[in-house]
Design a protein around this ligand. Structure first.
Ligand SMILES: Nc1nc2c(ncn2[C@@H]2O[C@H](COP(=O)(O)OP(=O)(O)OP(=O)(O)O)[C@@H](O)[C@H]2O)c(=O)[nH]1
Ligand SMILES: [Mg+2]
Length: 316
């Protein structure tokens, strides 16, 4: 489950709060007090992250409740780290959109939601957070929730629930809060159980490009089935077609499936190592065609982006 949203809206803090209040981590792991950002530091382990107070790379942690086991994935919200966000979220089956109740969702949240749609994650919960800073005001919650609902509608995601919380105080995260008497729904943790992974269609297709050698993309099929002729897009790029699928030492294949490491010849420009590819239709393969309507805006650089472009055009 990926936690996505605008920079500084409170993703890492909320994730830390969930871990702490479910007993998934013990308080002795908090080496910085909660009021000084300690909850976010449970996930933001890199020295640079702690110095700059924002998430650079993705991190994940396991949360177990009575009946369920979640892998919570923290992704960076910074605009220049969209590639890291997409890589981090590439294993997500569901998502929580984190929105600061005072600032509302903006362009980066829209991009993250588009990446989710591209990966076939269609059901999301929205945590409207920092309610303590808005005096627990009902109006702030409803305005922010309405805005996210409209965005979800526009992008094609199903908003399962919008939940007011404060990650700093813990209100309504794992237990109902007396400070939110106007809220009739369930605490955030309970709503996560409504996010069921893939429906009848099975896992959506996601392919991670790991390297490019002599025009072939060395890739891993993270989920779903890839067939010759399938169209694939990366965030901010035009769609490419899978022209040839190879496995080491074997003749060309018609298809590849979850967990397969393959050599892939794609049409179009080369793609960078680390690129996440998915069908233009939003994680589900619908043969050919499509365009790149689900794409996020172009990447603007990343500390993890390759220093040099990889390889030339794929052979035909
Ligand atoms: N008062 C209050 N402050 C909060 C709350 N949640 C987060 N913060 C503060 O907001 C700031 C940003 O929180 P982070 O959790 O680092 O935000 P983020 O979304 O992970 O940010 P990036 O990783 O940079 O995208 C920190 O100073 C937190 O202490 C909250 O519910 N209430
Ligand atoms: Mg963070």
């Amino acid at each position: 489950m990926a936690f996505v949203g605008e920079v500084d809206h409170g993703k890492s803090t909320l994730l830390g709060r969930l871990l702490l209040d479910t007993g998934s981590v013990t308080t002795d792991r908090l080496d910085v007090p909660v009021e000084d950002g300690g909850l976010a530091f449970l996930l933001d382990g890199l020295t640079e992250e702690r110095a700059d107070l924002f998430t650079l790379d993705t991190a994940s942690a396991v949360l177990e409740t009575g009946s369920r086991r979640y892998v919570l994935i923290d992704v960076p919200g910074h605009a220049e780290l969209l590639v890291n966000m997409a890589t981090g979220a590439s294993r997500a089956e569901a998502a929580v959109i984190v929105v600061d109740c005072r600032e509302r969702a903006a362009e980066q949240t829209r991009r993250h939601m588009r990446v989710l749609a591209m990966m076939g994650v269609t059901a999301v919960v929205c945590a409207i957070t920092k309610m303590d800073l808005a005096g627990w005001a009902e109006a702030e919650f409803h305005t922010a929730a309405r805005q996210v609902a409209a965005l979800a509608d526009e992008i094609g995601l199903t908003l399962v629930a919008a939940v007011p919380v404060s990650a700093m105080t813990g209100d309504n995260v794992t237990a109902a809060s007396a400070r939110l008497p106007w809220y009739a729904g369930r605490p955030l943790l309970d709503t996560l159980a409504d996010l069921t992974p893939w429906g009848d269609g099975g896992a959506p297709l996601r392919v991670e490009a790991q390297d490019v050698v002599e025009g072939r993309v060395l890739a891993r099929v993270l989920s779903g089935e890839l067939r010759i002729g399938d169209r694939l897009v990366a965030p901010g790029e035009d769609a490419r077609t899978a022209l040839r699928i190879e496995r080491f030492g074997e003749p060309p294949q018609e298809s590849a499936t979850t967990g397969d490491n393959i050599g892939l010849v794609l049409s179009g420009p080369p793609c960078a190592p680390g690129t996440l590819l998915a069908p233009p239709t939003g994680g589900r393969c619908a043969a050919t065609g499509g365009g790149s309507a689900c794409c996020a805006p172009p990447r603007t650089g990343s500390p993890r982006a390759p220093a040099v472009p990889c390889a030339g055009p794929a052979p035909t």
